[in-house]
Design a protein around this ligand. Structure first.
Ligand SMILES: *[C@@H]1O[C@H](CO)[C@@H](O)[C@H](O)[C@H]1NC(C)=O
Ligand SMILES: *[C@@H]1O[C@H](CO)[C@@H](O)[C@H](O)[C@H]1NC(C)=O
Ligand SMILES: *[C@@H]1O[C@H](CO)[C@@H](O)[C@H](O)[C@H]1NC(C)=O
Ligand SMILES: *[C@@H]1O[C@H](CO)[C@@H](O)[C@H](O)[C@H]1NC(C)=O
Ligand SMILES: *[C@@H]1O[C@H](CO)[C@@H](O)[C@H](O)[C@H]1NC(C)=O
Ligand SMILES: *[C@@H]1O[C@H](CO)[C@@H](O)[C@H](O)[C@H]1NC(C)=O
Ligand SMILES: *[C@@H]1O[C@H](CO)[C@@H](O)[C@H](O)[C@H]1NC(C)=O
Ligand SMILES: *[C@@H]1O[C@H](CO)[C@@H](O)[C@H](O)[C@H]1NC(C)=O
Ligand SMILES: *[C@@H]1O[C@H](CO)[C@@H](O)[C@H](O)[C@H]1NC(C)=O
Ligand SMILES: *[C@@H]1O[C@H](CO)[C@@H](O)[C@H](O)[C@H]1NC(C)=O
Ligand SMILES: [Zn+2]
Length: 654
């Protein structure tokens, strides 16, 4: 080979090194669900006259595999989505609806779904649940929308218009009921318009009508933002976002928590004569048996403990999952997000607590739909959930009571006092440099400790944790020190880089100096020492400290496969020498063997230790028999005006 081609090779290899030092994380994706315009969700009475869907004697049971009917709005084609993107969104929607249909079971919807018509000026007369038609104080509007979708007239009920009278017996019934949507439990309208699309918003979804017997959402909308999805070239990520958003429409939303039901169908939150939950400051609020505000009294900061007020989801299945997951039999509830503004607050899991759970407010690498989210759906009282379809959440598993009920700073110092590892957190002030790469907690990606200095930004005192760390001391700007994900309470942890997600084959580097394999069956493994690649024209030393490699487990023994050659580990932590020739290149270096539970956590058969940690953790039985207040009582005539949640929705009570 000529000296010129040697030069080319070296330039190629060196530029790879240069590029990898420059690699940065994609900005976390922020969900915008919570900042959608607030609206009163109409509750529709579903008649029970249809002989086909009429309830059986046992009809109150969860007897129907969930059925979603998808209706594409005209604006899906005309709103700006390119034809190619429309096609890929249809596939995404099919994928997502099959997922939810395979996981959820409901009480059979007793009739075709026919939705309420909207009223002019949003003025409607309040009626108790069970009233066949909800009358408009003046008139019905000609067009009824589900946020960005126009509901087809065939999906609508007749209209009762009262022309300014509260005497509903005199209201005029106009039109006839549409045929509605038969054999379905949820109508999902799909739109493609720029409305409500903030900067970078990929998609959002919300529910827009519910039935009045159990208050289960029966219609909702998912909108895809053309300006972003037309140019965003990652359908898997769009699908992950849309799946998250549609779950908001199905139940995971602070707007819906006050409407949750006990398993027997009675309301968790006390209702008034019109079936409405309590109203505080113009918004419906869930009772303390659902969302509870508590003070964590031992929240450690670098200046000592403070009290921190948090909101917990305290419903029974969520609490049970939390107790098992964290191995904490006294866990009171699972914390909801308290940062990120109205878009994310209260309507997601706290990211510090369940980092890569799919229903945290900022979507980062490897989002998983875990038992936490499935349990919340179950606790809505609207669904039975096939929990066997839940994915394993590695983050926080078995970390104990101190982990959830305190700050990461407190957790880190208590672990350090016991000379134990501080994972999932880290205290290494980093620059994204190949020599400091490591594996994230579930080894789904190569990453690095995301502790950084926020230049010109003082971190709120409650989130300042460090007086010193692995590579810094009091001379560091401690008021500006925190993890990259502020929404995880500025806690620092090994954060997987989106360019280094092991399961994604498109991450495979063209010049494969580290002999990595990206794709299914690949997870992150750390190196020991430097890595060398030698060709017959030259040699290059790489400082990278982790990479993605294929792995298998058998009888608890981990085998790592590097470019087709197997390396079988003898014990966790073993430094395994790598020295092999592939395609005329010689690769030398060493990898650090993980334990089977660290890398094969989802392979119970070949790693019994994983079954032990991630199977059911036995927790001492707890006595929590929720008692449900039932809303009974007579409907007293009442006239009043009520403004709900910063919108122009007015109600006339009578
Ligand atoms: C839909 O699901 C199939 C099978 O799970 C998968 O292969 C495909 O990539 C998914 N499509 C999109 C657009 O994500
Ligand atoms: C609704 O439709 C009727 C008749 O089609 C029309 O007279 C009326 O102006 C429309 N109202 C609105 C608000 O568009
Ligand atoms: C109600 O409808 C009837 C005929 O359908 C009409 O004669 C009457 O004026 C309407 N009432 C009001 C208040 O508009
Ligand atoms: C989208 O990604 C594919 C494969 O990763 C690539 O072939 C294509 O050129 C990309 N398109 C755009 C517009 O970036
Ligand atoms: C939490 O603490 C605040 C003041 O720090 C206090 O006003 C509030 O009542 C406390 N809440 C609970 C539930 O103890
Ligand atoms: C935290 O709350 C507890 C009990 O409510 C109180 O005794 C204590 O003084 C508070 N601590 C601080 C630092 O405010
Ligand atoms: C989810 O919960 C169910 C029921 O408790 C359990 O059988 C299953 O193993 C759990 N799944 C995961 C991934 O933890
Ligand atoms: C749970 O915690 C207890 C002590 O609190 C410990 O003995 C047990 O091993 C832990 N179980 C798991 C699976 O971590
Ligand atoms: C803060 O400034 C330093 C020095 O200019 C820079 O290296 C670092 O990247 C900056 N940090 C952030 C978070 O912007
Ligand atoms: C603190 O860190 C600085 C810079 O990293 C170092 O020069 C200094 O010696 C350290 N001080 C102590 C007391 O460790
Ligand atoms: Zn969200």
């Amino acid at each position: 080979m000529s000296s010129r081609s040697l030069l080319c090779l070296l330039v190629a290899l060196l530029s790879l090194v240069f590029l990898s030092t420059a690699i940065k994380n994609r900005e976390p994706y922020k969900c915008s669900h919570g900042s959608l315009p607030k609206h009163e969700i109409p509750r529709v009475h579903l008649a029970d006259s249809d002989p086909i869907t009429k309830r059986s004697v046992t009809g109150e049971n969860f007897n129907q595999r969930f059925r979603i009917y998808v209706s594409y709005d005209d604006n899906f084609q005309t709103g700006g989505l390119t034809p190619l993107v429309q096609q890929s969104i249809r596939t995404i929607i099919n994928n997502i609806t099959s997922f939810y249909e395979s996981v959820l079971t409901v009480r059979r919807t007793p009739s075709p779904i026919r939705l309420d018509q909207a009223c002019t000026a949003n003025l409607e007369i309040l009626v108790p649940p069970g009233t066949p038609l909800r009358p408009c104080y003046y008139q019905c509007t000609n067009v009824t929308k589900c946020l960005t979708a126009t509901i087809p007239p065939e999906h609508l009920l007749r209209c009762a218009q009262c022309y300014g009278s509260l005497d509903i017996s005199n209201c005029n019934i106009t039109g006839t009921d549409g045929p509605g949507v038969s054999n379905t439990d949820f109508v999902l309208y799909v739109t493609g318009v720029e409305e409500n699309c903030g900067e970078g918003t990929i998609a959002y979804a919300t529910s827009c009508q519910m039935e009045d017997q159990y208050d289960r959402p029966i219609a909702g909308v998912a909108n895809f933002c053309p300006s972003v999805v037309n140019v965003f070239n990652d359908t898997d990520f769009i699908e992950a976002v849309a799946k998250h958003e549609i779950l908001h429409a199905l139940g995971f939303s602070s707007n819906l928590f006050p409407w949750f039901r006990f398993e027997d169908g009675s309301p968790r939150t006390e209702r008034d004569a019109f079936g409405r939950p309590s109203i505080v400051n113009g918004a419906y609020v869930a009772d303390e048996n659902t969302v509870k505000v508590v003070n964590y009294t031992n929240w450690e900061t670098r200046n000592g403990p403070i009290n921190k007020t948090v909101s917990l989801m305290v419903t029974p299945n969520v609490v049970d999952v939390g107790r098992r997951h964290f191995n904490c039999s006294t866990l009171e509830g699972v914390q909801l997000e308290d940062q990120g503004g109205p878009a994310t607050i209260a309507t997601h899991w706290e990211k510090r607590v369940v980092e890569n759970e799919a229903m945290t407010g900022y979507i980062t690498v490897n989002p998983v739909f875990s038992n936490f989210t499935f349990a919340l759906l179950e606790d809505s009282g609207w669904y039975k959930v096939d929990r066997s379809k839940a994915s394993i959440l590695v983050w926080g598993r078995g970390d104990g009571c101190g982990y959830t009920a305190g700050s990461c700073g407190g957790y880190i110092s208590s672990k350090q006092q016991q000379s134990q590892p501080i994972a999932p957190f880290c205290d290494y002030l980093n620059h994204p440099d190949v020599t400091q790469y490591s594996c994230n907690v579930d080894r789904s990606a190569v990453g690095y400790c995301n502790l950084q200095i926020y230049n010109n930004t003082i971190i709120p005192a409650e989130y300042q944790y460090f007086n010193s760390g692995a590579n810094f001391n009091r001379s560091a700007p401690l008021d500006n020190l925190g993890g990259f994900q502020f929404v995880a309470d500025y806690c620092s942890y090994i954060e997987g880089s989106s360019q280094y997600v092991c399961s994604d084959p498109t991450n495979q580097p063209a010049t494969n100096s580290l002999a990595q394999t990206y794709g299914t069956g690949s997870r992150c493994i750390e190196h020991s020492g430097t890595w060398q690649v030698t060709t017959n024209t030259g040699s290059l030393t790489l400082q990278n400290t982790a990479g993605c490699y294929q792995y298998t487990c058998s009888n608890s023994v981990v085998t790592v496969t590097i470019l087709g050659q197997s390396y079988t580990c003898s014990y966790p932590g073993q430094v395994m020498e790598v020295d092999q020739m592939t395609n005329g290149n010689r690769y030398t270096g060493a990898i650090v063997c993980p334990s089977c539970v660290e890398i094969c956590y989802d392979d119970f058969e070949n790693c019994p230790e994983a079954a032990k940690l991630y199977g059911e953790i036995a927790i001492p039985p707890t006595t929590s028999t929720p008692t449900g207040p039932n809303s009974a009582g007579s409907v007293l005539p009442m006239i009043g005006l009520l403004l709900v949640a910063a919108t122009s929705v007015l109600f006339i009570n009578f």
